[in-house]
Structure formats: structure tokens, C-alpha cells
Design a protein around this ligand. Structure first.
Ligand code: SF4
Ligand code: SF4
Length: 270
């Protein structure tokens, strides 16, 4: 069965509300995750203590971008180096008790929830995402946005004339260039809500589909419309469409140039 939340080289906490804040930059989220991790580490491993600590931590959170999506203060770093994120109330993190009821959902919801990417992504696409992103901040943004991942892989395939396969990412220059292209997700204006991809918050806080209004901008549709849409390049999101389109052109060109020529891709395994 496809597993996306905790993989060998990547982890995600998007459905625990990780990105649901105005400042969802890597620096801001890193600080926030450490704040929670350190606070919860001082607590007794018991539900009342975790609940009280979670309530105090939640007080320090800003307004969510999507009010209907809960932000759980029990998400934090699972390792001392801060390379892996996950639920600090999970039995594997507490070393015994299941304290997830102290979070914003009940235990059954936390245990059973699988985001739609589990139904849409193939294992190969998940491996491509994991290998290219390589860390929690970018991985969570990309693995939850299947149209974006497919649009990027499709754009590279169109440039190089063949499908991108996992073995191609063993070629370090291409892996780096593909990561840079996926990192368009992190290249948005601070404070813009573009990270939420092809959706933006509606008046009632529910996600509504985004559409780039090319007519109003008096220009034709971009050849990379899907990528632009998914990174939230809609000027109404607070981003500069032309600037981001130029950046995609540049990063896509670099990825195509670094694509391993036939026979150049490093071999994997025996
Ligand atoms: S958003 Fe999806 S991949 Fe990420 S932690 Fe939740 S269920 Fe797992
Ligand atoms: S308690 Fe549930 S919502 Fe909160 S961090 Fe853990 S898994 Fe996520």
C-alpha cells in the first residue's frame, strides 16, 4: 500500500495544518516546529499535560489562511537534527502512550486519515517526489499537490522527449535541477497564499479553485499554465505572473539541460 506521510527520506505534516498560516516559509515553520517540540518535550507523557501544553502553544499561532482546516500544535520534529516531522503524540514518538486525543482531532481520525494523494499518486511518482524534494518543507508542499507534480514532470518530459523515471534522479545534476524546479512552490512572495496551489481561500474560508485571468491581464495563456496555477501565480494571490513564468522557463531549461543522456543515468542497485 502506498505510504506518503513517513518515507525513508521525507516526511509530511500538511494535513495537521502545517502550512495553514500566513507565513509558511521554511524559516517560520522551522521555528514554530521547534517551539512545539521543545515545549512538549518538557511535559509529562499524559493526555491532560499534552492538552494543556497544546492549548498554550495554540495561543501563539497566527490566524489560519483556511479557518476550516485545523492547525494541530502537536506536530513537531521527530529527530534532534530537525530533518523529520511528525506527530509528537503518536505512540512511536512518546515511547508508549497514544496522546493524539490531546490534538485537534480524535485518535481514530488521526489514525485513519489518508489525503487524496494516496489515491492518485503511483509509487513511482511518490519515489520521484521523495528523491527530488528530499526534505519536509518542500516534500509536503509537492506530495499534496498531484497536479503540480505531474505538470512539472510532464513539462520536463516534453522538453527532453521522454518520461522522467526514478533512475534519472540518480544523476545528481538533474536531481538538483528538478528540485529547483519543484521549489517554485517556495519562490512566492512572503505572505501570499499561493502555496495552497490551485485553490485559494473563499469568503467562508473554504478552498475555491483558482483560475488565472489571462483575458483581464490582456495576454495569452502560458504554456506552463498548470504549473503557474498550482504555485498560485495568479496575480490576485499577491504574486507576479510574468516573473514566475520567466523563472519556470529558466529552471525548466536547466532541468532539461541536466537530464542524463541515454546511458548516462547512474545505475541503481546490483
Ligand atoms: S497530507 Fe497526506 S501525505 Fe501529508 S501527512 Fe497528511 S495524509 Fe500524509
Ligand atoms: S494529533 Fe493528529 S492532527 Fe495532531 S499532529 Fe498528531 S496526527 Fe496530526
Amino acid at each position: 500500500m502506498l505510504r506518503l506521510c513517513q518515507r525513508a527520506h521525507a516526511s509530511c505534516g500538511a494535513c495537521c495544518g502545517l502550512y495553514n498560516g500566513v507565513d509558511h516559509s521554511r524559516a517560520a515553520l522551522t521555528d514554530e516546529l521547534w517551539r512545539r517540540t521543545r515545549a512538549l518535550a518538557r511535559e509529562e507523557k499524559a493526555e491532560p499535560a499534552f492538552k494543556a501544553c497544546g492549548d498554550r502553544l495554540a495561543d501563539g499561532l497566527g490566524e489560519p489562511v483556511f479557518p476550516s482546516v485545523r492547525v494541530c500544535p502537536l506536530l513537531g520534529f521527530l529527530d534532534e537534527a530537525g530533518t523529520r516531522i511528525g506527530c509528537l503524540a503518536h505512540p512511536l514518538a512518546t515511547g508508549g502512550p497514544d496522546l493524539r486525543a490531546a490534538g485537534v482531532y480524535d485518535v481514530m481520525t488521526c489514525e485513519a486519515f489518508l489525503c487524496p494523494s494516496h489515491a492518485w499518486l503511483s509509487e513511482e511518482e511518490a519515489q520521484l517526489c521523495e528523491a527530488a524534494c528530499g526534505d519536509w518543507h518542500l516534500y509536503g508542499l509537492v506530495v499534496t499537490d498531484v497536479p503540480f507534480l505531474r505538470a512539472v514532470l510532464g513539462a520536463v518530459a516534453a522538453e527532453v522527449g521522454q518520461r522522467v523515471e526514478r533512475r534519472h534522479l540518480d544523476h545528481a545534476p538533474f536531481r538538483k535541477a528538478l528540485r529547483a524546479l519543484l521549489a517554485m512552490k517556495e519562490a512566492l512572495e512572503p505572505g501570499s497564499e499561493g502555496l495552497f496551489g490551485a485553490f485559494r481561500p473563499g469568503r467562508d474560508g473554504e478552498p475555491v479553485p483558482r483560475r488565472i485571468d489571462y483575458e483581464r491581464l490582456e495576454r495569452g495563456a502560458s504554456p506552463w499554465d498548470q504549473i503557474l496555477l498550482c504555485i498560485g501565480a495568479d496575480p490576485r494571490s499577491g504574486n507576479d505572473l510574468d516573473l514566475l513564468e520567466d523563472e519556470i522557463r529558466r529552471r525548466l531549461g536547466a532541468a532539461a539541460a541536466a537530464f542524463p543522456a541515454p546511458g548516462k543515468a547512474a545505475r541503481r542497485g546490483p
